[in-house]
Design a protein around this ligand. Structure first.
Ligand code: 3PG
Length: 217
């Protein structure tokens, strides 16, 4: 169910944005991230053979919540949904994509940047709005500024999120964090160091846990 998917995204607090040059490299990255305890992955449509990656992961790791990323249009959204994507993410706002996801009751997270874009996405039925590129716009400060007038809108800052800034984004009210290159580290993988990726995944989870615990205290 869509509500359960959204709850999982929030609980895990992290959406790794998987970009890779091939199916095999993507699967190796996915394994390394999952080994760190992160059970959600956004497979971007820029990965050659992205659909194959989604299929293989669904087979090999049914415990991982798999979503589709960099979905730019309704046709791609439909294809991904039929392949089992549990959520659909986009760097931009495309109304047709939102409608398609609603047709299948699949969580949709369009990208937006300015207050006008964010409210437009929210009114159009976004379940969460991906604020992209968040760091280029000032990072956590930008998120805090948005949350002032828009406290009701769930936001996932993405773009330049790092271990150094993760806690600030959470304090600024992020629903979860979208994390690409800082975690999905192709260089470490190329150097045969998948354990670096696994360790980074663990560190992100620890930051989320620490933030949530401190908030409850
Ligand atoms: C992306 O679309 O690749 C994401 O925004 C990730 O960005 P990052 O690599 O800066 O985290």
């Amino acid at each position: 169910r869509k509500e359960e998917v959204l709850k999982s995204l929030r609980d895990i607090g992290l959406v790794p944005v998987l970009r890779a040059e091939s199916v095999d490299k993507a699967l190796a990255l996915a394994e390394a991230i999952a080994a760190g305890g992160v059970t959600v992955l956004e497979i971007t449509m820029t990965v050659p053979g992205a659909i194959q990656v989604m299929r293989k992961l669904a087979e090999q790791r049914p415990d991982i919540l798999i979503g589709a990323g960099t979905v730019l249009d309704a046709e791609t959204a439909r294809m991904c949904i039929l392949e089992g994507a549990k959520f659909v993410v986009s760097p931009a706002l495309n109304l047709g994509t939102i409608e398609m996801c609603h047709r299948y009751s699949v969580a949709v997270l369009p990208g937006a940047l300015t207050p006008t874009e964010i409210v437009t996405a929210w009114q159009a039925g976004a379940d969460v709005v991906k604020v992209f590129p968040a760091s280029a716009m000032g990072g956590a400060k930008y998120l805090t500024a948005l949350k002032g007038p828009l406290p009701q809108v769930d936001l996932i800052p993405t773009g330049g999120v790092s271990l150094a800034t993760a806690a600030e984004f959470l304090s600024a009210g992020a629903f979860a964090l979208g994390v690409g290159s800082d975690l999905v580290d192709a260089k470490a993988m190329a150097a045969g160091k998948s354990e670096v990726v696994t360790e980074t995944a663990r560190k992100y989870l620890a930051i989320v846990k620490e933030y949530r615990t401190s908030k409850r205290a």
